[in-house]
Design a protein around this ligand. Structure first.
Ligand SMILES: Nc1nc2c(c(=O)[nH]1)N(C=O)[C@@H](CNc1ccc(C(=O)N[C@@H](CCC(=O)O)C(=O)O)cc1)CN2
Ligand SMILES: Nc1ncnc2c1ncn2[C@@H]1O[C@H](COP(=O)(O)OP(=O)(O)OP(=O)(O)O)[C@@H](O)[C@H]1O
Length: 183
């Protein structure tokens, strides 16, 4: 399926979610994540600070930030920078996302695990994002384990992938865990 068609279908489906459904899906997905070997082994983890239409990462960040080194992305031109998470120094940035402020920009090579937001995934690990290529550019330069997270309906049968798209290692929804075979 074409990316544009996927984006509009998923948007419509997300609009139907109740608060209770959002909450239980986020709880389920992040319970899987925290029990995964990849999460247990990783100290340095890049998360995302969720937008209202994404699986909420708030409770998960709150629960684990004392025991893991969490990082968040910050939009810088067409690229994403990686900075340490610090609850008291977040600021509303591009696209109304809370981002770390300051100049403590880290090298992506120090990140072991990346929890990637996405609009849709297929069972081969292909991912559709919001169409600006931010994550594709970031993920092109890392060997970190990449975990795509989303609601069950964000799993689609197939995605017309492009050469620049970076494949996930793991995709987690409230009902499925997909381990993608390394190629
Ligand atoms: N929580 C979160 N943080 C993130 C991302 C993300 O998808 N989610 N990003 C992932 O790249 C980067 C920011 N990029 C973004 C790009 C577009 C939109 C967005 O809301 N797009 C609207 C369309 C608006 C427009 O076209 O101007 C949309 O998708 O409805 C949000 C973030 C870095 N941080
Ligand atoms: N590694 C890259 N280097 C340069 N340009 C890239 C790279 N990856 C993606 N792009 C460009 O970014 C644009 C958006 O790509 P695409 O539609 O695949 O984004 P997406 O995967 O949905 O979004 P995102 O990565 O932000 O979640 C395309 O025009 C593409 O050419």
């Amino acid at each position: 399926m074409r990316k544009e068609e996927i984006r509009s279908r998923i948007k419509a489906r997300k609009a139907m979610l109740t608060d209770a459904e959002r909450q239980s899906a986020a709880d389920a997905v992040f319970a899987v994540l925290e029990n995964s070997v990849a999460f247990m082994l990783a100290d340095n983890i890049l998360l995302y600070h969720s937008l209202p239409d994404e699986l909420s990462t708030r409770a998960f960040i709150e629960k684990w930030h004392d025991r893991k080194n969490f990082f968040l992305p910050r939009v810088h031109g067409v690229n994403l920078e990686v900075l340490p998470y610090n609850r008291s120094s977040l600021r509303l940035g591009a696209f109304q996302i809370e981002e770390p402020q300051g100049d403590d920009v880290r090298d992506i090579s120090s990140i072991e695990l990346i929890v990637v937001p996405g609009v849709a995934y297929d069972r081969c690990g292909n991912r559709v994002g919001r169409g600006k290529g931010f994550y594709d550019r970031l993920l092109a330069s890392t060997h970190a384990t990449k975990v795509g997270v989303g609601y069950d309906f964000q799993l689609v049968d197939d995605i017309d992938s492009e050469p620049h798209d970076v494949v996930m290692d793991l995709v987690v929804t409230e009902h499925e865990i997909i381990r993608v075979r390394r190629r």
